[in-house]
Design a protein around this ligand. Structure first.
Ligand code: GLN
Length: 559
């Protein structure tokens, strides 16, 4: 079978959920028995989002191979439950860097390098790499931004050319737009959609499907009107009403028969009838009223919840598996330093400190950890959150406040978190951290062993600093357990405290591997401890799978 392509463009405004639409459609195709992959083309000039502020960009999502990518890749992986690779996120910066380095090598044999064909060819080459490297039969390609942006023109031109390169029967263009609601007259407006389709046409792309996002119901007349003015089938106008439950989006798309329509357009026969039973159970579980547990998420980008997208999703997945509703309170660590926001922490049944960089708000996070330690409140620390747990415990164990990470205090007396020698000489900030999947051996008899039920795990990393081994002995004596180590024993990957119900920190980011139907074991273990602390009974859940440990193995791990 020739590779099939589905291209997503956005119109009218950004942030209308193009990423979620692409992810959900990917699931529709996977459910029909096809191997799919999704690629995001980002028109900005950064090589990757790794060096961008979360305020600008939201979370940086990390893949198995260590690529630092757009958070939409997280949507793709979670919805479709696939593992993507670094060719699945392309930026203008990458494309130009490649073309310019080829030019410097003399590869173009004296030619003048131009946007068309050199830049567009490089874009098309990278689109082609997705099927080659993932084995996907259907590749979904999403362009960031909105039609009309100067930066996206070369990408749109490349997509336009793709239709003649791969053939009409192997390509579908989907345009995702927004229908504004005019309060005064109480109606939805299609004009901006018409304009953005006209704009797309002027570039040479005629959309085959229009997904019209709206906060209000879209009636049949409106669908008809969009079909007429934008020259698509009425069946191909898909209203997408704002849906507070993200997981309903694939079901909505299925209701509008987008999956079948795509099969027709691409000349494919479904290999199997989509089975939505498990997915529907998931949605029913989300909707069901459940006992509520409160988790305080202490970070410094809390104004922008997108900055912690995967952590939030992982908490939700785990809560669902336990039959609970998790209420996340966002606490700004700088506020804590000023003595504000402590009431939120006091009300919480669990505290979580996610990843982060730089010294702003560090002491506030450490205070929150000390609070959790003293009050026996369950704590989960992710990456920076693990490093700060080590610092907080180090200050307690060494009986001095002069314990720190050299990231925040270069001259600290006790650098319990420090750069590895191989990181010291690195001057470039982009793409030089410990990134991607690394193996970790779980130590028997620990909380981590009970949670994972496995001896060897693999998790995704993104950090420069590490636990300083010179402090292993003294901290171990004081009650810290090193429950996850690199196979050679040299790197501390998980720490936990012996005299506390649940205080666990991971040097990696478990949130990147949590999936709706496959919650991450550490998040499940954490929220189970939170439930216990909140005095809520264990819930009977049968709706979705929870990670279960064979009894024999569990016994062995406890030994
Ligand atoms: N800033 C820390 C480091 O570089 C932690 C990074 C993170 O939390 N992702 O090691």
């Amino acid at each position: 079978m020739k590779t099939k392509y589905i291209f997503f463009t956005g119109g009218v405004v950004s942030s209308v959920g193009k990423g979620v639409t692409a992810a959900a459609l990917g699931l529709l195709l996977k459910k029909r028995g096809f191997k799919v992959a999704v690629q995001k083309l980002d028109p900005y000039i950064n090589v990757d989002p790794g060096t961008m502020s979360p305020y600008q960009h939201g979370e940086v999502y990390v893949l198995d191979d260590g690529a630092e990518t757009d958070l939409d890749l997280g949507h793709y992986e979670r919805f479709i439950d696939v593992s993507l690779n670094r060719v699945c996120n392309v930026t203008t910066g990458q494309v130009y860097a490649e073309v310019i380095s080829k030019e410097r090598r003399g590869d173009y044999l004296g030619g003048t390098i131009q946007v068309i064909p050199h830049i567009t060819n490089e874009i098309k080459r990278r689109i082609g790499l997705v099927a080659k490297t993932t084995g996907a039969e259907i590749v979904l390609v999403e362009i960031g931004g909105t039609v009309g942006d100067i930066e996206s023109l070369p990408f749109l031109e490349a997509l336009r050319q793709m239709r003649s390169d791969v053939g009409r029967e192997n390509s579908v263009y989907i345009h995702v737009t927004w229908l504004p609601f005019i309060g005064a007259t109480g109606e939805l407006k299609t004009k901006p959609t018409q304009h953005s389709v006209a704009e797309l046409r002027s570039i040479g792309i005629s959309p085959d499907i229009i997904v019209a996002r709206s906060d209000y119901p879209v009636d049949e007349d409106l669908r008809e009107k969009i079909a007429l003015f934008c020259d698509v089938d009425r069946r191909a106008v898909i209203p997408m009403i704002t849906e507070p439950i993200l997981y309903k989006v694939p079901l909505t798309l299925e209701e509008f028969e987008v999956g079948d329509y795509l099969m027709e357009r691409l000349g494919l026969e479904p290999r199997q009838k989509p089975d939505w039973s498990r997915w529907k159970r998931l949605v029913t579980e989300v909707e069901r009223e459940k006992p509520v547990i409160n988790v305080a998420l202490v970070g410094k980008y809390v104004e922008l919840h997108d900055a912690y997208m995967s952590v939030r999703e992982a908490l939700k997945h785990a809560a669902l598996a336990l039959g609970l509703e998790v209420n996340i309170s966002w606490v700004h660590s700088v506020e804590l330093e000023k003595g504000r926001g402590w009431d939120v922490i006091e009300k919480a049944d669990g505290v979580l400190v996610p990843g982060g960089f730089g010294s702003r708000g560090i002491e506030g996070k450490i205070q929150a950890i000390q609070y959790a330690y003293k009050n026996r409140v369950p704590y989960l620390g992710l990456c920076l959150g693990m490093q700060l747990l080590v610092i907080a415990f180090g200050r307690h164990a060494l009986q001095t406040d002069d314990v720190n990470s050299t990231e925040f205090d270069r001259t600290t007396k006790h650098p319990v978190i420090d750069l590895m020698p191989d990181q010291r000489a690195i001057a470039d900030m982009g793409g030089t951290m410990r990134l991607g999947l690394y193996p970790c051996v779980i130590q028997p008899g620990t909380l981590a062993a009970r949670a994972y039920g496995e001896k060897l795990i693999q998790e995704r990393h993104r950090h420069r600093f590490e636990f300083n081994n010179s402090y292993r002995e003294v901290l171990e004596k004081a009650g810290m357990r090193f429950s996850g180590l690199s196979p050679d024993g040299q790197l501390v990957e998980i720490v936990e405290l012996a005299d506390h119900p649940f205080m666990v920190g991971t040097q990696f980011h478990p949130e990147f591997l949590s999936r709706p139907n496959r919650p991450h074991p550490l998040f499940v273990a954490f929220l189970d401890a939170v439930r216990e602390h909140a005095g809520i009974e264990k819930q009977q859940v049968e709706a979705i799978e929870t990670p279960s440990v064979p009894e024999e193995l569990a016994a062995e791990l406890q030994r």
